[in-house]
Design a protein around this ligand. Structure first.
Ligand SMILES: Cc1cc2nc3c(=O)[nH]c(=O)nc-3n(C[C@H](O)[C@H](O)[C@H](O)COP(=O)(O)O)c2cc1C
Length: 437
């Protein structure tokens, strides 16, 4: 099954394996993509994946997450993307662009900015984003968010991508509106599940109207939010898990009715999260990140201090509670979406072994599988599968160090156990970040 082509709204993928979004500091300071960005993406294409889903390109000019990640919030970003996407597509690999708006989950800025605190309602999230209290968006600001997404979708099409993925996951702004604990509004944009879905629904309608019915357009959706207190503080305190499968399957049905072509299923609320990147919590890398943004707010400073005040052995133990690797962690959920919503489904999270992927596709539990970390470790994984390997000789350990480093360091594998020396690991990282002469 892995090597059977698959077609979604007129776009044919040569095989069933996608590289899912991998965001990193690969753009200029102003967000223009560089040849480093292109070469990074191209390596997966040359390694044989059927398609690539870009990092989340931000649609809002001010909410950058973080700096040096490529956005798509202005027309000037289109021309360089177009040139590079054409080069990546020339390998035969399909290219989808993911768009999103982090809302309060904006991770880093040069200076604290009011824009970076915007969300559905007032609240405080101790882990994600750097701002203190969130500020609720006004109705005109919500309408602006919808327009931002529509404008960005047009740019994706102009840039020559094969399709578009909208992120309603990762604890980003759409997810913040979907989530009953973050979204405490009592107007037309919050309250019951229908009103919490309204922002996503309006964004989807806007995108479809602007790109047309013939453009491939899917949504990345979290099957279960799993966000617990005390990471998100509210008054009065309420213990919650956010949306569960019952609510998200309903969201899936609504998305189908609105003309979405596929669903890309993960879970969790925020990045990084044990349901998004199953494996250990990258404690040392998180500490580097929290240190780097500690100047941005009292919350960011407090968070960084906690990571230094608590002894390392204790902190590592504490923050690892609930974090462990599980192969194909969201496959069961993907299956439910396939059965109950009836749209083509991409499953994400913790895949690496050929037999498990083959079984997932063969049993009809999903239509495609997307991977990030296993491909960063072995960009030629698909070719290795083709040669009959169950998994590479030097497989990804799903240690999550690459995920923990994404906002602070060049992209690459940071698991020293996979390399004979630190120098060899550094060489590999620099090879990933190769620019054209
Ligand atoms: C370094 C790194 C960067 C990532 N950047 C993004 C991103 O920009 N947008 C997104 O939706 N997911 C992002 N992810 C999540 C992956 O797309 C994927 O959902 C996750 O890693 C689980 O898949 P895996 O187990 O195959 O790695 C990133 C993951 C990693 C490891």
């Amino acid at each position: 099954m892995i090597f059977e082509p698959f077609t979604l709204n007129g776009v044919t993928f040569a095989n069933r394996i996608l590289r899912s979004s991998v965001g990193g500091r690969s753009a200029q300071y102003d967000g223009t993509v560089t040849t480093i960005w292109k070469n990074f993406e191209k390596r997966f294409a040359e390694g044989g994946v059927g398609g690539i889903i870009s990092t989340t390109l931000n649609v809002n000019k001010y909410r950058k997450a973080p700096l040096e990640y490529p956005p798509i919030s202005e027309d000037r970003y289109v021309a360089p993307l177009k040139r590079f996407i054409a080069e990546i597509r020339a390998t035969g690999c399909r290219y989808l662009v993911q768009i999103g708006d982090p809302g309060y989950a904006t991770q880093a800025g040069l200076f604290p900015e009011q824009e970076d605190t915007h969300s559905a309602s007032r609240g405080l999230d101790l882990i994600y984003g750097y701002g203190g209290l969130h500020t609720p968006l006004s109705e005109p600001q919500i309408l602006h968010v919808i327009k931002d997404f529509g404008d960005a979708a047009v740019r994706v099409r102009e840039a020559g991508a094969d399709g578009l993925e909208l992120t309603a996951s990762k604890g980003y702004i759409i997810h913040q509106f979907l989530n009953p604990a973050i979204n405490r509004r009592r107007d037309a944009w919050g309250g019951d599940a229908e009103r919490r879905f309204r922002l996503l629904g309006e964004v989807v309608k806007e995108i479809r109207a602007r790109v047309g019915a013939d453009f491939l357009f899917g949504v990345r959706l979290a099957a279960e939010d799993c966000n617990h207190l005390p990471l998100n503080l509210r008054w009065p305190p309420t213990f919650f898990r956010g949306n569960g499968l019952r609510e998200t399957l309903d969201q899936g049905r609504r998305l189908k009715a609105l003309g979405v072509d596929f669903l890309h299923i993960d879970s969790g609320f925020g990045f990084i999260h044990p349901r998004v990147t199953p494996g250990p919590f990258p404690y040392d890398e998180a500490r580097i990140f929290f240190d780097q943004v500690r100047h941005l707010s009292w919350k960011a400073a407090l968070r960084a201090s906690v990571f230094h005040l608590v002894p390392r052995f204790l902190g590592r133990w504490l923050f690892n509670l609930g974090w462990r690797y599980r192969e194909g962690i969201n496959l069961g959920h993907a299956h439910r979406f396939k059965q109950e919503v009836g749209l083509p489904v991409i499953a994400n999270g913790g895949f690496q072994r050929q037999s498990s992927i083959e079984a997932a596709l063969g049993d009809g539990r999903c239509d495609m599988v997307s991977m990030a970390r296993a491909l960063i470790a072995n960009p030629d994984l698909v070719q290795q599968f083709k040669a009959g390997r169950e998994q590479p000789d030097n497989p990804c350990t799903h240690c999550n160090r690459c995920a923990g480093r994404t906002a602070t360091s060049p992209l690459g594998c940071y698991d020293l156990s996979r390399f004979p020396s630190v120098e060899a690991m550094q060489d590999q990282i620099l090879a990933w970040n190769r620019s054209d002469p």
